[in-house]
Design a protein around this ligand. Structure first.
Ligand SMILES: NC(=O)c1ccc[n+]([C@@H]2O[C@H](COP(=O)([O-])OP(=O)(O)OC[C@H]3O[C@@H](n4cnc5c(N)ncnc54)[C@H](OP(=O)(O)O)[C@@H]3O)[C@@H](O)[C@H]2O)c1
Length: 217
């Protein structure tokens, strides 16, 4: 039975990833800074992990092989980037959205290499420089940085047979996406799972939409 580790699993897209992989018979290790009744009821093994704490992330360990890491936890952060408070909030966005996923991937490399598995980070089209617009500098820059970190990770883990990629889930109805979003979490996650399942070594290091299309950096 394959095993997946999913971060930010207590609600939103993370919880939906847990549900779908569980329903497919996977063993799921679900991390969250605080669990939820829905996650507790999912049957996944729940582990506490705060992605704003680099020490906890860098020292995180799990026994046994991992077929898949999904670094999903993320925050939007401040709309503005002007004041010192905005700057401090931006630092946290960079930590949660880019630094922590990368440290976690490195902490789990041996587990993932054991299966020649996959390292997936949930990014965003808002991290594309080629496809950018104004506003949300903190969030956009954190996802652009995540894309770069994951690309380097892909190059560094190729020899171990690991496939690494970042994914755009689309605009999805969650707390972050809001009620006006066109996509439901089940549809977005089903699309991403199909992309993940089909990823080939030649695609490692790329940035893909939930439809499977390659996205511009
Ligand atoms: N929804 C969209 O339209 C959309 C579009 C593009 C990309 N994304 C990306 O998709 C991913 C999931 O987003 P979502 O839509 O599911 O958002 P969400 O509903 O706001 O959920 C965010 C998840 O991240 C967790 N999280 C935040 N800070 C954390 C921390 N310090 N430690 C551990 N967990 C933390 C949250 O846990 P708590 O309950 O503890 O806060 C929650 O489980 C994010 O990376 C987001 O950037 C979403």
């Amino acid at each position: 039975m394959p095993t997946a580790l999913i971060t930010g699993a207590n609600r939103g897209l993370g919880l939906e990833f847990v549900r779908q992989y569980q329903a497919d018979g996977w063993e799921v290790i679900a991390t969250a800074r605080r669990s939820s009744p829905e996650l507790d009821a999912s049957g996944a093994m729940v582990r506490q992990l705060d992605m704003s704490d680099p020490e906890a992330v860098a020292n995180f360990q799990t026994d046994g092989p991992l077929d898949l890491l999904i670094a999903n936890a993320g925050i939007y952060g401040p709309a503005e980037a002007r004041s010192a408070d905005d700057g401090r909030a931006w630092q946290e966005v960079l930590t949660v959205n880019c630094i922590a996923p990368t440290l976690l991937a490195r902490a789990l490399l041996r587990n993932v290499a054991a299966t020649k598995g996959k390292l997936i980070a949930v990014s965003s089209r808002m991290g594309s420089i080629a496809d950018s617009s104004t506003g949300s500098i903190a969030y956009r820059s954190s996802k652009a940085a995540l894309n770069m970190a994951w690309h380097v990770l892909a190059l560094e883990t190729k020899a171990d047979g690991i496939i690494a990629a970042t994914l755009n889930p689309g605009w999805v109805k969650t707390d972050m996406g809001g009620s006006g979003a066109p996509l439901s979490p089940p549809d977005s996650v089903a699309g991403m799972r199909e992309v993940i399942a089909k990823l080939t070594p030649a695609q490692s290091g790329g940035f893909y939409d939930r439809t499977g299309d390659a996205l511009p950096w």
